[in-house]
Design a protein around this ligand. Structure first.
Ligand code: SF4
Length: 457
């Protein structure tokens, strides 16, 4: 596969500004283009609406439709699938988040689809303010909006959720920064009945079909909260059930085209990964969250009760055998919780084994145990990102060929490493730093041309 470099000039100043937007947030300026509802939901977040909804003492699992309807109700102001949470810088395509913070010195003015970020009256950057996708308001067959069953979707990812609650969160052992299943419905679910899961999967299938019909092409991430110990043995049956329904909804051809990453607990028996492969999965993301064992135990008390961090690392190494290195075996990491040296050394060690960590900056969510804790500073984010980008470049050539060969065996086009096309997100600047380095390394060549030893243009 040929990957062409797209010309983009990312500067250190742009990266620092993005890091500031992640760290400090932005002071939203009232504008005609921002409706009062939008402003309110941004400021208050989803927790506010959830608290206003009347939740029955006991959920009626004999009527699974009522459970899905309640989910829709508590998530009415959930903006996790709202593309307006990020902007794209005009000059180089960097993506940055929009975290409202009245105390931020960065003013954020919206005019139509354009945004200006300024400080003390001086414009620092202009950008595009992505419109909410109209089709998220289209209706499923039960009359509820598509957004109800696509939590935290983006242009790149749809989460295929195969457990609607998290046992760790419900037993006060949730990961300290996480609020994914903090809603009052999930809190009442300890073991999700199969009938409710089947119905949820049916609506997720309908929603993914609508997304695809509207041009969405991204990665399906198989995720969900932690199972209760008594239910863990059923995980493969549940996974198969959900994926079969999704496949039926979108058709075999499309199902075989979309990349699919398993983003949940590692299995008791690593050889299950070969069964996942048969189901169509072609990558794993066993999220380490932090690199240090002791921090892991403190920050993810529920996860560590299942397995220590070393087990997740072994599972990742097994995954490199099954799904290949780099984008075949990724791992989300929260940066800004543990000391920089742990993070950076851990990143280097994982890269040396072919595992690609995805560092996302710590941003404790409302409703999580760490709500209100401070984010790392922009300086910290940039320094750590530069060090991790160095490690990435150190190991890239070692792993690129086996990774590309493996990708060809599966769904080829998940490979996107070039100067203008790294798997960056709005919450991370590591891959933007990597973009700068790739620019120098490639010098106008494609990655394939680099592998063939062609000279810089
Ligand atoms: S990150 Fe932790 S708390 Fe959040 S859903 Fe996963 S296991 Fe539960």
């Amino acid at each position: 596969m040929m990957i062409r470099m797209k010309e983009k000039t990312i500067t250190k100043e742009d990266i620092f500004l993005k890091a500031r937007m992640i760290s400090e947030g932005v002071n939203l300026q009232i504008s005609e283009d921002l409706s009062p509802e939008q402003y309110r939901s941004w400021i208050l977040g989803k927790a506010a609406n959830a608290e206003q909804v009347k939740i029955p003492e006991k959920l009626n699992f004999d009527d699974p439709e009522s459970i899905i309807a309640l989910f829709a109700e508590v998530n009415k102001t959930d903006i996790s699938s709202d593309f307006r949470q990020e902007i794209i810088f005009d000059n180089n395509g960097l993506r940055a988040p929009v975290y409202p913070n009245k105390r931020s010195r960065l003013d954020f003015l919206i005019e139509g689809e354009n945004v200006t970020v300024s400080e003390d009256g001086k414009s620092l950057v202009t950008g595009e303010f992505l419109k909410r996708l109209d089709w998220l308001d289209e209706k499923l067959s039960n009359g509820l909006p598509v957004s109800t069953v696509l939590p935290s979707m983006s242009a790149a990812i749809i989460n295929v959720v195969f457990n609607l609650s998290c046992m760790n969160f419900n037993t006060n052992r949730g990961c300290r920064y996480c609020n994914l299943f903090a809603n009052p419905i999930s809190r009442k679910i300890s073991m999700l009945p199969l009938d409710t899961l089947r119905l949820w999967a049916k609506y997720q299938g309908e929603a993914i079909k609508i997304a695809i019909d509207n041009g969405w092409r991204g990665i399906l991430a198989i995720s969900g909260g932690a199972f209760a110990p008594a239910q863990r043995g059923e995980y493969l049956e549940r996974l198969t059930l959900v994926l079969d329904i999704i496949k039926e909804a979108i058709g075999d051809k499309m199902y075989d085209t979309l990349p699919m990453v398993y983003n949940h607990y590692p299995p008791e028996d690593f050889s299950d990964m070969y069964k996942w492969k048969e189901l169509g999965i072609n990558a794993t993301s066993f999220d380490l969250e932090v690199m240090d064992d002791a921090y892991f135990a403190a920050i993810c008390p529920g996860k560590v009760a299942y397995k220590p961090l070393s087990y997740l690392k072994k599972a990742q190494e097994y995954s490199v055998e099954v799904f290949g290195p780099l984008l075949g075996t990724i791992s989300c990491v929260v940066m800004g919780i543990e000391p920089m040296s742990c993070l950076v050394e851990g990143f280097d060690e994982r890269m040396s084994k072919g595992i690609l960590p995805f560092p996302l900056v710590f941003h404790p969510e409302p409703g999580s145990a760490y709500e209100g804790f401070r984010n790392p500073t922009a300086e910290w984010i940039v320094e750590a990102s530069e060090k991790m980008a160095n490690s990435f470049m150190k190991y890239l050539l070692k792993w690129l060929k086996p990774a590309m060969d493996r990708a060809k065996e599966t769904r080829g086009d998940i490979y996107e490493f070039s100067a203008g096309s790294t798997p960056t997100t709005r919450l991370s600047v590591v891959f933007d730093e990597i973009g700068i380095r790739l620019n120098k390394l490639l010098g106008g060549r494609s990655v394939s041309e680099l592998m063939e030893g062609k000279k810089k243009k």
